[in-house]
Design a protein around this ligand. Structure first.
Ligand code: HEC
Length: 108
């Protein structure tokens, strides 16, 4: 029993850390790769595309990934522009965006 708990902690800590790092990288990519020119998260970004502050509540990982890879009539496709890892990072980040825009505070 104790061993199981120890194993659980040993293996889940790096996983948690890596998903947090993924989200942080995703947030940086969101700004660096131009997503922010069209999309607002919190109170930062443009308005050509929908506000993505709460996209993690409404869109599945698969839907977010599909949108990034294929784009649309209005949104460029990023499937050939971004590395697979970068797309994963963006998907992790966007899935974690679950607040109403007015719930974001500067510096959060
Ligand atoms: C030129 C403007 C533009 C850029 C740049 C852009 N998008 Fe979009 N995006 C849109 C528009 C417009 C939509 C609305 C749906 C549609 O027309 O396809 C959208 C939709 C989305 C959606 C679906 C939202 C939902 O509610 O389902 C996601 C997720 C998304 N964009 C992520 C990104 C990411 C990540 C990037 C950067 C890699 C990005 N977008 C760059 C314009 C843009």
């Amino acid at each position: 029993m104790r061993l199981a708990a120890l194993l659980l902690v040993t293996f889940s800590l790096p996983l948690l850390a890596s998903s947090r790092e993924q989200r942080q990288r995703g947030a940086a990519l969101f700004a660096a790769r131009g997503c922010q020119r069209c999309h607002t998260i919190g109170d930062v970004g443009g308005h050509r595309g929908p506000n993505l502050s709460a996209v993690g509540k409404t869109a599945s990982k698969a839907a977010i990934r599909k949108q990034i890879v294929n784009g649309s009539k209005v949104m460029p496709a990023f499937g050939d522009v971004l590395e697979a890892q970068e797309i994963n990072d963006l998907v992790e980040y966007l899935r974690s965006c679950r607040k109403k825009p007015e719930e974001y505070r500067p510096g959060q």
